[in-house]
Design a protein around this ligand. Structure first.
Ligand SMILES: C[C@H](O)[C@@H](O)[C@@H](O)C(=O)CO
Ligand SMILES: [Mn+2]
Length: 592
């Protein structure tokens, strides 16, 4: 039931444009032009899936587009078919402003075939100029090598750009019209949990919903959840979730009956939070029709601290399970859930989830440990990926179980898209995890924190969305890898914080420049107390997505040759970063 993103999913629309001259020119190009559209559609549908696992569907215009009447007919079809991303393809010269896609909110790209008999790349330049002149940015794609006219293949460089554009474009289209659900309000003065609805509406096309945490209390008190699923979930927890250490002084520990009651509440909270986000038809059958509908949320956050956690079990178990790619129902789509209702970190997680289909890690960016400090405190000289020092990523008790790194991808520790997650994967993640009683000094109502240490050697990307008054949203990106420390060293360092929480030791990849001159530099430049961590090196995809949304990127360590932004960006100057800020500022938010 949680597998599907509610509502119809966006499709990718393919627009084959053509030289409109009849009696020879147009007819000679029809087959090749439609062939390009079909090849692109086949590529996208065979390679990309929505984050709920469904294959991405493409829609091709009914005819090639030689002029404005056919452009309008295509736009009509795209509207009927819920097209959210548009990709124009052509091998030839066509008439720029007469054939272009004019819908300003749909991400768009043009692939101009690099052949010389028919100047597809010249059309590309002409139509991009029209896009720029009209303030409707578009991505330009053409292969670096000239192709022969009868070569119907898609070269590797073109393929990479089409797929990057399509992944990011689909993320933009999937966000539109969906909700962020704040469960509670601002946690402990954390600015990221001040939900700025204008940002969500103007930049992401999303709406903001909110419920008070007393809604959990109401549903707990009145038993507004599916009792059958609750019984299954509780049995699964008893069988699979092993308790870990209790960090409280012996005289402050809760007794077994209290812990048992806390577990029951934690499981109910998980069902309630999910039902609040996406609804649950079972609730209608129980007489709760309004609750059955949910809040159409594609991401949510739980305030927790402190108005809830000062008297009730914390949200750690709930957040962990919802963010994971499996639960008592087996593998299923992760539901993005931000700790401390840090909605800006929730957006970072959402970007990562939409681009990869994978569960996301939420962390405090807790401490920078220099190599010297690790050696002084831990008695071990760091080597390998740890040799320049590490950032200790840890969360106040929750993150996805997939974050243990117990799955294997490409023969390395990894996180899989949920549709590839096996029962064995689930078992390994659970076996690597302990659920530790909360530290009552911080969490008076108890609850169970998720404790694991991420396996080292996993490629990851940390991202953070920041809001700056007068500037707006700004993205930060750091690619790197996870690191395994010797057990004794990990224990010594971990005990300095909270050993009952999930830890990821992160080594950002250094470039020698700016914040990436050192690990310290990355930590010092980070814009907030939290980061969202995605499996894989997805910085280039994030940068393409950010440009579509007109969110400038403040820092990144992504190879310059992989950057792919709309054509207009190159007209804002030769320093890519400054140009990004100027272009984003110039065009303004996508839905502004
Ligand atoms: C238990 C503490 O209040 C933590 O939750 C706190 O340090 C944070 O996580 C701040 O982001
Ligand atoms: Mn935190």
């Amino acid at each position: 039931m949680t597998d599907h993103i509610p509502g119809e999913l966006p499709k990718i629309g393919i627009r084959p444009t053509i030289d409109g001259r009849r009696d020879g020119v147009r007819e000679s190009l029809e087959v090749q032009t439609m062939g390009m559209a079909e090849a692109v559609a086949a590529l996208i549908s065979s390679r990309l899936r929505h984050p709920d696992g469904r294959p991405v569907e493409c829609v091709i215009a009914d005819t090639t587009i030689g002029g404005v009447a056919e452009a309008a007919a295509c736009a009509d079809k795209f509207r009927r078919e819920n097209v959210g991303v548009s990709l124009t393809v052509t091998p030839c010269w066509c008439y720029g402003s007469e054939t272009m896609d004019m819908d300003p909110t749909i991400p768009k790209a043009v692939w101009g075939f690099n052949g010389t008999e028919r100047p597809g790349a010249v059309y590309l330049a002409a139509v991009l100029a029209a896009h720029n002149q009209k303030g409707i940015p578009a991505f330009g794609i053409y292969g670096s090598e000239v192709q022969d006219r009868d070569d119907s293949s898609i070269p590797a460089d073109v393929e990479a750009k089409i797929l990057r554009f399509a992944r990011a474009g689909l993320a933009v289209a999937t966000l539109r019209g969906r909700a962020y659900l704040a469960m509670g309000s601002v946690s402990m003065g954390i600015a990221g949990s001040i939900v700025d609805s204008a940002f969500f509406e103007k930049y992401l096309g999303m709406r903001c919903e909110s419920v008070d945490m007393s809604e959990f209390q109401r549903r707990l008190t009145l038993s507004i959840y599916d009792p059958e699923e609750y019984a299954i979930a509780l049995a699964w927890v008893e069988a699979n979730c092993v308790e870990g250490l209790d960090p409280n002084a012996p005289d402050k520990r809760s007794d077994a009956a209290t812990k048992r009651a806390e577990w029951e509440t934690c499981v109910k909270m998980t069902l309630i939070a999910r039902d609040l986000m996406i609804g649950n038809p079972r609730l209608a059958a129980l007489g709760y029709g309004e609750e059955a509908a949910g809040h159409h949320a594609i991401a949510a956050g739980f305030q927790g601290q402190r108005h809830w956690t000062d008297f009730m079990p914390n949200g750690d178990f709930m957040e962990t399970i919802l963010n994971s790619s499996f639960d008592w129902n087996g593998a299923r789509r992760p539901l993005v859930m931000a700790t401390e209702n840090d909605c800006l970190n929730g957006v970072g997680m959402l970007f990562g989830n939409l681009l990869t289909g994978r569960a996301q890690i939420f962390s405090d960016v807790r401490s920078y440990w220099s190599a010297d400090a690790i050696e002084r405190v831990g008695g071990w000289k760091p080597e390998g990926a740890a040799k320049n020092g590490l950032i200790h990523l840890i969360n106040s008790g929750s993150t996805c179980l997939d974050g243990s790194g117990e799955m294997t991808v490409d023969n390395r520790p990894g996180i899989k898209p949920f549709w590839e997650v096996t029962e064995e994967d689930q078992k390994r993640c659970l076996e690597a995890t302990r659920f530790c009683q909360a530290d009552h000094g911080y969490f008076r109502g108890g609850g169970f924190s998720t404790d694991f240490t991420t396996r080292g050697g996993m490629p990851v990307t940390m991202v953070r969305l920041n809001l700056v008054d007068g500037l707006g949203p700004v993205l930060q990106i750091a690619e790197g890898e996870t690191v395994t420390l010797p057990d004794a060293v990990h224990d010594t360092l971990d005990r300095r914080t909270n050993p009952t929480w999930p830890t990821t030791w992160f080594a950002p990849r250094l470039t020698g420049a700016g914040p990436f001159a050192s690990v310290y530099g990355v930590m010092a430049a980070w814009g907030a107390n939290h980061g969202a961590i995605s499996y894989g090196h997805i910085g280039a995809d994030l940068i393409t997505l950010a440009a579509m949304l007109r969110i400038p990127v403040a820092m990144h360590n992504v190879a310059p040759e992989t950057l792919f932004r709309p054509s207009a960006w190159s007209l804002f100057g030769m320093d890519a970063e400054g140009a990004d800020y100027r272009a984003c500022g110039n065009f303004g938010p996508l839905y502004g």
